[in-house]
Design a protein around this ligand. Structure first.
Ligand SMILES: *[C@@H]1O[C@H](CO)[C@@H](O)[C@H](O)[C@H]1NC(C)=O
Ligand SMILES: *[C@@H]1O[C@H](CO)[C@@H](O)[C@H](O)[C@H]1NC(C)=O
Ligand SMILES: *[C@@H]1O[C@H](CO)[C@@H](O)[C@H](O)[C@H]1NC(C)=O
Ligand SMILES: *[C@@H]1O[C@H](CO)[C@@H](O)[C@H](O)[C@H]1NC(C)=O
Ligand SMILES: *[C@@H]1O[C@H](CO)[C@@H](O)[C@H](O)[C@H]1NC(C)=O
Length: 223
C-alpha cells in the first residue's frame, strides 16, 4: 500500500512536470574568469529531472551559436560551433540529477557574453541565461604590478635609511671624536665597526635607536 502511495505521488509529480516543465535555473551573478582558466557555467532544474534521455542545449551570444548539444544520450559534436570544439562538456552523472552545468575549458576573451542553457522535453522548451566575463590575466597582472610597486617602495625606503644613517653616523663620529675621553667607551672602534655594517645597507630603525641610546649613555658617563 505504502509503495503504491509513493508511486501515485511520483506519477502525479511526473504529470505536473510534463505539463508545466521544471524550472531551468541559472545564477543571477555573472561569472568572472581570466584567459585560459576552466570555468563551470551553472544551470540546474527545479525540481530535478533526469535529463539523460532528453535534449540539452547550450548556446552563446546574440546569434545563439551552439556551444554544446546533448541529444539522444550523447554529445552531438556536428552541430556545435568550431570555436567550442573539444572545450565543453556536461556531466552524465549530473544530467541524471537535473544538473546541466557546462564545463568550459581554457576560456578566451571571445567566450565572454551571455550563454543560454535550454532543455527540450517533448514539445516543451525552457531556458535561462548565464553571463560570463573573461579578462586578460586580470588578477595575474595586478598581482605582478603590486609586487613591483612594493619592491620599488622597499628600495626607496632602504636608500633613505642608508643616506640618513650615514649622515647621522658621520655627525656622531665628529661628536664622538671630540668627547672621546672615558675609558669605558671605545667610540672609535665601535663606530667603525657599526659603520661597516651600516654601509652594507642593513640599516633598521631599531639599530639606529640602540646606537643613539648607547652614545647618549657614553656621553653622559664621560662627562
Ligand atoms: C547578462 O548581460 C546582459 C547584457 O549585458 C544583461 O542584459 C543581462 O541582464 C545579464 N544577465 C544576467 C543574469 O546577469
Ligand atoms: C537567440 O535566442 C533568443 C532566445 O531564444 C531569441 O530571442 C533570438 O531571436 C535568437 N537569435 C537568433 C539570431 O536566432
Ligand atoms: C561560430 O562562432 C563564431 C563566433 O564565436 C562565429 O564567428 C562563427 O561564424 C560561428 N560558426 C558557425 C559555423 O556558426
Ligand atoms: C578534438 O579532439 C579530437 C580527439 O582528441 C581531435 O581528433 C580533433 O582534432 C580535436 N579538434 C580540435 C578542433 O581541436
Ligand atoms: C601570468 O600569466 C602569464 C601568461 O598566462 C604567465 O606566463 C605567468 O607565469 C603568470 N604570472 C604569474 C605570477 O602567475
Amino acid at each position: 500500500m505504502k509503495g503504491n502511495g509513493a508511486l501515485v505521488v511520483y506519477l502525479m509529480a511526473q504529470a505536473v512536470i510534463a505539463s508545466t516543465g521544471p524550472d531551468v535555473v541559472c545564477p543571477s551573478q555573472p561569472l568572472l574568469a581570466s584567459v585560459s582558466e576552466n570555468v563551470i557555467l551553472q544551470c540546474h532544474l527545479v525540481p530535478p529531472v533526469d535529463m539523460r534521455d532528453m535534449t540539452v542545449e547550450w548556446s552563446h551570444g546574440h546569434f545563439n551559436y551552439t556551444v554544446l548539444l546533448y541529444q539522444d544520450g550523447k554529445d552531438n559534436f556536428k552541430e556545435e560551433n568550431k570555436t567550442f570544439t573539444n572545450r565543453t562538456s556536461v556531466s552524465y552523472q549530473g544530467l541524471n540529477k537535473g544538473d546541466l552545468s557546462l564545463r568550459l575549458f581554457s576560456v578566451q576573451l571571445s567566450d565572454s557574453g551571455t550563454y543560454r542553457c535550454s532543455i527540450h522535453i517533448e514539445k516543451l522548451q525552457s531556458s535561462c541565461y548565464v553571463n560570463l566575463s573573461v579578462a586578460e590575466n586580470k588578477n595575474n597582472r595586478s598581482e605582478h604590478q603590486q609586487n613591483t610597486d612594493w619592491e620599488n617602495n622597499r628600495k626607496t625606503e632602504i636608500i633613505i635609511y642608508c643616506v640618513v644613517g650615514i649622515v647621522i653616523i658621520l655627525i656622531l663620529i665628529a661628536v664622538a671624536c671630540r668627547t672621546e675621553k672615558g675609558p669605558e667607551c671605545e667610540f672609535r672602534s665601535f663606530l667603525i665597526y657599526k659603520l661597516r655594517s651600516y654601509t652594507m645597507c642593513k640599516i633598521h630603525s631599531h639599530h639606529m635607536f640602540s646606537l643613539l641610546s648607547y652614545l647618549s649613555i657614553c656621553q653622559v658617563s664621560t662627562k
